[in-house]
Design a protein around this ligand. Sequence first.
Ligand code: SF4
Length: 299
Amino acid sequence: MRFSGSGLTLSATDLSRHLGCRHLTQLDLRRARGDLDRPYRHDPAVEVLQQKGLEHERGYLDHLRDRGLRVQELPDIRNLGATRQALAEGADAIAQAWLSDGRWTGIADVLLRVPGPSGLGDYHYEVVDTKLSANTKPGTLLQLCLYADLLGELQGHRPERVMVMTPGTGFEPEVYRVDHYEAYYQQVKTRLDREARAGASTYPEPCDHCSVCDWWKRCDQQRRDDDHLSLVAGITRIQRNELTGLGIETLERFRPGAAGSRPEAGTGQPRESGRRPAPGPRAARGSVKAAILRDAGGR
Ligand code: SF4
């Protein structure tokens, strides 16, 4: 996300990040306004993944060329005029196309030309996203729905399907119908738009995205400063909510037997297990990345 003369613009990446964590959106907003510095992060595992992602995308483009298709690669700049021109020229495939409607933006990995009427003539384009993960994530589908919307505006025809190209499939894409995800996409997009405009009161509740999040250090520090219940090993959000409902909101107040009543849900196991420290952040982050690397065929 970024502020410019025309106001705030939101990207497909913002949509995916918002789905992962609403607090992340609020931190990104503060960074975009200049209230927070961009978090510094040096993470060799992420760099390896990025490199593998680029290689996968290049491999797909080479595969298209080997099939005799004309591939037009656009420079990775925010140039809507270049995208419009490439669409009008009608290459078989367009790589790194900048898409925007003024409020929402994104860069589509690959646009593939297919037959069918549109504002361009007797053809239009569909979007292909190259991804390393063997399992397509909800955030990826939301990004693709946004690309389909933006591309629809540009070519006068909203593509009915989007595709994800994962490794090890012989470049056979997974195909998804956009209308199957329309309601979900609109719901998340509307919420992001609203919370980006009006702000939202959020807390850095631990979630799956924390393991790869730029803001992790800041959020972890806040939880420690707050003596937050998430520091209890193995505790779930439901259990934390239950404890909070009993007035137990900090580690200090979390002691075996400290609360007299039984929880309305769950087994009460965390209270009985005492105050074991949560797993170290490096361990948690490492295990998620190891899974991603396994998916990518790495080590
Ligand atoms: S570290 Fe976790 S809680 Fe904090 S912004 Fe990132 S995903 Fe959200």
